[in-house]
Design a protein around this ligand. Structure first.
Ligand code: GDP
Ligand code: MG
Length: 316
């Protein structure tokens, strides 16, 4: 008997979690990953997509990643993201589209409905076999009577573009195991990319950057390109158990600095407030967050950088 036959087969891969702001993406991933956070780095660098979290499912290691910009492909970098995501050029092995089902039922012609329809349409047109499998995850079902939900599930199933339609409440951890099992089943046979004992973690600094970037994007995505990045510069543990976190928000042009700062610094203050609250919840201790805004020119128009983050440079 060979070694391979004796060791249990492991799987590992990337599952893109997409959906409009507020759909429940973070809640869903956090529910599967747990809140344990510590410093860790992957064994190999294989993706430049932001990692949301890493979950273990039996012998499978699921790396949840972001493919942001999928909803508003207006700007150059965003278009590259969309192209990349839908062309399967990204590293994702499977895709989860998270939708706020309560919102969908309450506002059938609202933003959630439009986004979902747009994705269904683009999937219908997509070249068969080129895309990773995608499942629709109807979230927040705790806010909906079942009678309202079932017609929704049926209409989405009938589009034929989704591998599965799941109904979950990320908040109550209802139905999430089925989604994790589906995700695990679509991963390739592979060694784990994250060390086993740290599989539930991603680096605190990275996570802190990610939290701020998300708040920034949530608030300003109409005005700022996705190229805006956040880096955690310093992480200082204080004697009283709190942590001082210094972060730099990098924008591409001087004009964007003003957008991030807002009138009298109000925008960056509000972003910092909500980021700090989320960090305190996740890290489990008090956080003093200091945000600085700096201009890093030429970032989004630089070909090298596109290659660095695994995207094609959009020529049009
Ligand atoms: P994201 O922007 O997609 O990452 O969404 P979040 O995970 O930050 O969730 C947005 C809001 O929806 C938060 O207030 C969550 O508590 C809430 N939420 C997420 N999942 C559920 C759910 O299953 N049920 C209900 N009622 N609220 C949820
Ligand atoms: Mg989120």
């Amino acid at each position: 008997m060979s070694d391979a036959a004796q060791t249990p087969q492991t799987r590992c891969g990337f599952v893109a979690v997409i959906g409009a702001p507020n759909a429940g993406k973070s809640t869903f991933v956090n529910a599967l990953v747990g809140s344990k956070v510590s410093i860790v780095s992957p064994k190999v660098q294989t993706t430049r997509m932001p990692v949301r979290g890493v979950a273990m499912r039996g012998q499978a290691q699921i790396i949840f990643v972001d493919t942001p910009g999928i909803f508003q492909p207006r700007r150059r970098l965003d278009r590259a993201m969309v192209k990349s995501a839908w062309a399967g050029a990204g590293d994702a092995d499977a895709v989860l589209l998270i939708v706020d089902a309560a919102d969908l039922v309450a506002k059938p012609k609202g933003a959630a409905a439009r986004d979902t329809d747009a994705i269904v349409e683009s999937l219908k047109k997509a070249e068969h076999g080129k895309l990773p499998k995608i499942s629709l995850v109807l979230n927040k079902i705790d806010e909906l009577p079942r009678a309202e939900l079932l017609p929704l599930v049926q209409s989405f199933s009938e589009t034929g573009v989704f591998d599965q339609v799941f109904m979950i409440s990320a908040l109550k951890s209802d139905g999430i195991d089925e989604v994790a099992d589906w995700s695990a089943a679509h991963l390739p046979i592979s060694a784990w990319l994250y060390p086993e004992d740290q599989a539930a973690d991603i680096p605190s600094r990275l996570l802190a950057s990610e939290i701020t970037r998300e708040k920034l994007y949530f608030r300003l995505h109409d005005e700022l390109p996705y190229a805006t990045t956040v880096e955690t510069e310093a992480w200082t543990a204080k004697k009283d158990g709190s942590v001082k976190i210094d972060q730099i928000i990098y924008v591409e042009r001087a004009g964007q600095k003003g957008i991030v700062l807002g009138k009298g610094g109000q925008t960056v203050k509000a972003i910092g407030e909500s980021a700090r609250r989320e960090m305190e919840t996740i890290f489990g201790h008090r956080v003093h967050l200091f945000l600085f805004v700096k201009v890093r020119e030429g970032w989004a128009e630089n070909r090298e950088h596109y290659r660095d983050i695994g995207l094609e440079y959009p020529e049009e």
